[in-house]
Design a protein. Sequence first.
Length: 282
Amino acid sequence: MIDPLKDIDWNEVWKSQMKRSRESSPGRDCARIWESRESALSFWNMCRQERSRIDKTVWETDITKESHVLDIGAGPGTLAIPFAQKAAHVTAVEPAEGMCSVMREKMAEFGTGNISIVQKRWEDVDVEKDLEPPYDVVIASFSLGMPDIRAAIEKMMQASSKYVYLYHFAGETSWDKQWQKLWPRLHGCPYQPGPKCDVLYNVLYQMGVYPHIRTFRLEHSQRYSTLDEAVAALAPQAKAEKEEQKAVLLNFLKGVLREEDGALVLPGSSIRVKMWWEKDQS
């Protein structure tokens, strides 16, 4: 009996889905969305509302006070700063200027001088020239926007001496559904979400990596003081640059924001997946 799945190259599936996603929303990659300090600071504040999730991520990662950690797609230091408080050193790879700016501010605020920032996309990083390998832990938390995920993971394993941790999404997220409704109204074309953890797992399997897996649901909300604040915060993600596009976004938000304790709340939820393995056992 012929197995129709035998000859599927799952990395090519990832590349194809990533290409369709980027073509449906050009210029909307993470490095560009978070270029401004204001957007990056808003992201930091949103993540602080998920403090229990952040603490759990750090607590569940196998690090000691002697550990060296590589955080890929570090954002404003959401994980890098708490890791730096428990480990010897953290290298944070982050391409967006706004994110790096806020991370430096938060490093000073929290007194974590043991973080090195590499302002590059992961696909542009040279492990030997840009980093200080090996790292006891390499982690990429919801930052797997690389067009070639196999090459990205191979580079992570090159940098790691022990553990690799990946966090990604399973199924449609609330923002996938949000953009699928909004994108045709804003840009006249359908929105295509990026590849999810099913493709990621199959890529790993074809690489001979059989990770531990944990799936969990996360409820998360974004809070705003006014409608104008909500529009300003979401406009960069929506690529809503014209006034008529901002008006479309405003009307959409009027229908989905709910009042809660004097704030306007945009509810959200997603099913998330943690995959991790020890390099010598992969």
